[in-house]
Design a protein around this ligand. Structure first.
Ligand SMILES: [Zn+2]
Ligand SMILES: [Zn+2]
Ligand SMILES: [Zn+2]
Length: 164
């Protein structure tokens, strides 16, 4: 099995590599990762649990940033345009993207128990959808797939507590 958001891992590494990656991309594209944009990205990467805009606003306010909603929404728009995050429509929350170099659609596994999200390598899913959409002469613009279920870790925990 692949290393995932669900299995225990050194998450500080996820955060630092996401931020380093974002800085590199923004420099390459000649766009500015302002302090508030960077902080929003760090807050999103705080964990693999998708985070809502209100929670972000509250954290920024506590830290003394300009936390007016437009500031936060503009930062979210920027990060989304740069492919650094995905929005999960069903729960109205944001999650960091693991592969911001190449534009792609968001495909996620969402665990209903621990509420973490794992992004799926998506090219085959997109291709399968495109083939199906083509059959209807339909031009696809964007989509997000959110698969709700239970992760391996939570399944193991449930099995363990059943056994005792
Ligand atoms: Zn992590
Ligand atoms: Zn992604
Ligand atoms: Zn879980």
């Amino acid at each position: 099995m692949q290393a995932t958001a669900f299995s225990p891992h050194d998450h500080t590494h996820c955060i630092s590599s996401a931020i380093t990656h974002a800085k590199g991309l923004c420099a390459e594209r000649d766009v500015r990762l302002t302090p508030v944009r960077q902080r929003v990205l760090e807050l999103i990467w705080q964990s693999h649990k998708p985070i809502g805009a209100y929670e972000l606003l509250a954290s920024l306010a506590k830290e003394g940033f300009n936390s007016a909603p437009p500031t936060v929404y503009r930062a979210l728009d920027f990060l989304s345009e740069q492919g650094l995050l995905h929005k999960l429509e069903s729960i109205n929350a944001y999650v960091g993207c693991c592969n911001p170099d190449t534009p792609h659609q968001g495909h996620f596994l969402l665990c209903q128990v621990c509420h973490q999200a794992q992004e799926l390598d998506s090219q085959y899913i997109t291709l399968a959808l495109k083939v199906s959409a083509d059959q209807h002469g339909f031009e696809m613009h964007h989509h997000t797939i959110e698969v709700v279920g239970t992760c391996q870790e939570c399944l193991n925990k449930a099995n363990m507590s059943e056994a005792t």
